[in-house]
Design a protein around this ligand. Sequence first.
Ligand SMILES: CC(C)(COP(=O)(O)OP(=O)(O)OC[C@H]1O[C@@H](n2cnc3c(N)ncnc32)[C@H](O)[C@@H]1OP(=O)(O)O)[C@@H](O)C(=O)NCCC(=O)NCCS
Length: 202
Amino acid sequence: MDMTSGNLEMGTYQAAARLHCDLITEGFLTTLGVPFLTLLYRSIDQDSDSAFLVEGVDGEVVGFVTGTSGMGRIYSRLLLQPHRLLFALKGCLFSPLKIYGILEILMFSIIKKNSMQLPSEELLSIVVRRDFQGNGFAEKLFGSLCAHFASKGAQSFKIIVGNDLDRAHAFYKKMGCIPCIELQVHRGNNSIVYIKHLKASD
Ligand SMILES: CC(C)(COP(=O)(O)OP(=O)(O)OC[C@H]1O[C@@H](n2cnc3c(N)ncnc32)[C@H](O)[C@@H]1OP(=O)(O)O)[C@@H](O)C(=O)NCCC(=O)NCCS
């Protein structure tokens, strides 16, 4: 199963959201919960400048990758469905820490990221179910995202990776990504920014 449509079933977004929460346990987005991530992945899939690419086995999602050429349109899509968004975030609305974390992401996306002269294209997330890791699914997903960005005329893209994600760092280096700078999206949590340069063959 290779699902690349811009209008998948809600269950597919939910499965991706669950994988995200199960496997990126230290990430801030995980603390916003499966309902919010489900809505986020749907918005990414429905945006024509973004990609949500899925690998499945026997009808089950075993991995996915997402990428975009700008978060602005994805945020707009989320804000255009305020009822769903508020419902998805209902558990977070009274948590000052979570509200602060959301503001940090918005500040970073709108102000800091644009002043850093990094590519606007970005791999947002890649996750492969633990029992399918080490089997080439991640490489296939990464290659498909490279092809997506190349088809849009991009020459490179960035990936922001939390310091503690050891296996992800090993994977990106294996894929030819170059560590570029260290930064903090959330106070106290360092991330490395990788750049992947696309080749004509991508
Ligand atoms: C990142 C991820 C998609 C890569 O998929 P994968 O199937 O594990 O990838 P691969 O097995 O091809 O590559 C991982 C590399 O890490 C290395 N590795 C394996 N276990 C490791 C560990 N515990 N610590 C560090 N490196 C490790 C392997 O040596 C492998 O390289 P090799 O094939 O040359 O031996 C997957 O590990 C994953 O879903 N991780 C959790 C989610 C995540 O962190 N996503 C990234 C968010 S930015």
